[in-house]
Design a protein around this ligand. Sequence first.
Ligand code: R5P
Length: 256
Amino acid sequence: MLSDVKDQNVVVVQSIHHTPDELLFEYLLLVDTVKDLGAKRVTAFIPYFAYARQDERFKPGEALSFKTVSKLIESVGTDEIYTIDMHQHRVLKSSEVFGIPSHNLSAMPSLADHVQKLGKLEKPLVIGPDAEAEQWAKLAAERLHTDYDVFQKTRLGDAKVDVRPRKSNANGRDVLIVDDIISTGGTIVEAVKILKGQGASRVQVACTHPILAPGALEKIREAGVEDVIGTDTVPSPISVVSVAPLIAEQVKKNGD
Ligand code: R5P
């Protein structure tokens, strides 16, 4: 039963992942209801924001889903929004899309802590598979007190990417690859091929959102990766790191 929300600050946590339309609609109904019942303020935590990748009309006439969904979220009275490692390729700041205060938290320090806890890598080289991943590679490397680099990636199709190395050489090094999303696994597999070709020792992979299309995990394991870890922004067999402490810490900071 919904407790009394009148004049209360309400925090809503809703990840919009595998059935995004259903989960988005649930969010809209929930927030509209608590506002209708007199809630003073609603702060949303949307750990995985499914529509963020459609931030451009890739083909003429396509929907700009990111913008449309953001408008819907605001329209029910959301006052502030937090996302986690949201895909920001062309839209570089969520404030370009949202009219309400918006913040993007990162799960990379928590993922790096888990890698540390596993204790299998020795001063790993942290690799981001594309330019966008530099922010995550940097965060993970700082947490692990090590160095990082990023590869150059060109997307050739939904499941096909071209990945090329830049300056680092993984010869004889343990490597941690970090990314926001693993979907088909194509990006990670291409990165692993380069690293193994350079003579990398052990390779681990960490991502925030393990979307994992069918066969993705198997492909990555076949490429020679033993440990693939992710967070619970998207439920999956590798969702071993919880983002609950990250959210709880922020709620505490906000005093909600
Ligand atoms: C895209 O730029 C993202 O950061 C990920 O690299 C991408 O979503 C991974 O997709 P996939 O696993 O299908 O290669």
